[in-house]
Write a protein that binds this ligand. Structure first.
Ligand SMILES: [Zn+2]
Ligand SMILES: [Zn+2]
Length: 336
């Protein structure tokens, strides 16, 4: 017997076959599903602009997905502000989503890249192609750089990573939607939230006042500045020069600027080698007053904040591009 549940069923079938869909498309699919059953079952047909009806439908869908730990979740695309939807695993505190398409080594590689993106200095949430390839050196299993290039291309093609014109990798909307539980549980100190929409933020703008935690997506900032000209938290005027606002995401690093590899701080001090290397690297950050290990033990956001200010001031220093490991400066010199 046909019932209103069939709308949900048809809808979910249509959604499963797509990875991520825009609000517009999701809404159109919904109306088509209603169309398909309305001959046989009495069902109100919502007006196209009836947002409340859509939200109620999504809530109903999510009720029925609850027991399966699935969620029809939405997020705004950080680049264009479009509202995107995907059917995602609510409990995914591991990256199981890639398991059907990739080998364990490739998944380990993906995680390593996600780590470099999440730990990237200056809240740049991106990693250069060289740094991405360099990660194969730290995998437990063997992967050549040629294999890595192929699988990187696949991560981009399948919508897990975005590669910019500058050749930097960052997280896609799909990753932000599907891997949100993983990102939050693995990088609780690095995950930033937009001050306005409270969604995860990996690109946008930051207030440049020391210790001010305001971060906004580009689209949220555009809406905000139509009405306001000061920071919502510290009240600093945002009109008196561009220095009051600095980019979050790829815009926070210059072309050719690259950094030593970072590793997540674990219970043990196994990260300390890496951090010392960063110290050695620190000469392009002249205003640095404290070592990264100190900075890491402080609030990450504060540390990131200071770091970013340095990035903006730092001269474009292409000698920081390194291909493998976190080399000492002398090694880099000898290579040139
Ligand atoms: Zn926002
Ligand atoms: Zn502020």
């Amino acid at each position: 017997m046909v019932s209103s549940n069939d709308v949900q069923r048809l809808f979910l079938q249509a959604v499963i076959s797509r990875r991520v869909l825009s609000y517009k498309l999701a809404h159109t699919v919904w109306l088509k599903c209603i169309d398909a059953v309305k001959e046989t079952v009495q069902i109100p047909v919502p007006r196209a602009e009836d947002r409340a009806a859509w939200d109620a439908f999504v809530a109903k869908v999510n009720d029925s997905l609850n027991d399966l730990d699935l969620e029809f979740r939405h997020l705004h695309d950080e680049q264009n502000g479009r509202e995107m939807y995907a059917l995602v695993n609510r409990k995914g505190d591991e990256i199981a989503q890639l398991a059907t398409d990739y080998t364990p080594t490739e998944i380990a590689y993906f995680k390593a890249i996600v780590e470099q993106i999440m730990l990237a200095p200056h809240e740049s949430f991106s990693v250069s192609s060289l740094a991405a390839l360099r990660e194969v050196n730290f995998l437990k299993a063997n992967m050549t750089k040629t294999q890595a290039e192929v699988v990187l291309g696949s991560f981009v093609a399948k919508g897990w990573l975005v590669k910019s014109q500058r050749g930097r990798y960052s997280l896609s909307t799909r990753s932000l939607l599907e891997l949100l539980p993983y990102l939050k549980s693995t990088y609780p100190d690095e995950v930033l939230e937009c001050t306005i929409c409270l969604e995860i933020l990996t690109r946008g703008i930051a207030c440049n006042t020391r210790n001010c935690k305001v971060r906004l997506h580009g689209h949220c900032f555009n809406n905000y500045k139509r009405v306001h000209s000061t920071c919502p938290s510290c009240n600093e005027s945002w009109t008196s020069g561009t220095k009051k606002i600095v980019p979050v995401g790829e815009g926070a690093v210059k072309d050719g600027q690259d950094f030593a590899r970072r590793v997540r701080k674990k219970q043990t001090e196994e990260a300390s080698d890496e951090e010392e290397d960063e110290d050695a690297e620190g000469s392009h950050e002249p205003s640095q007053t404290q070592g990264p290990s100190q900075a890491q033990s402080q609030s990450q956001k504060t540390a990131g904040k200071k770091g970013r200010a340095k990035a903006t001031d730092a001269p474009d220093n292409s000698m920081d591009v390194d291909e493998e490991g976190p080399p000492r400066r002398s090694q880099r010199k000898s290579r040139r």
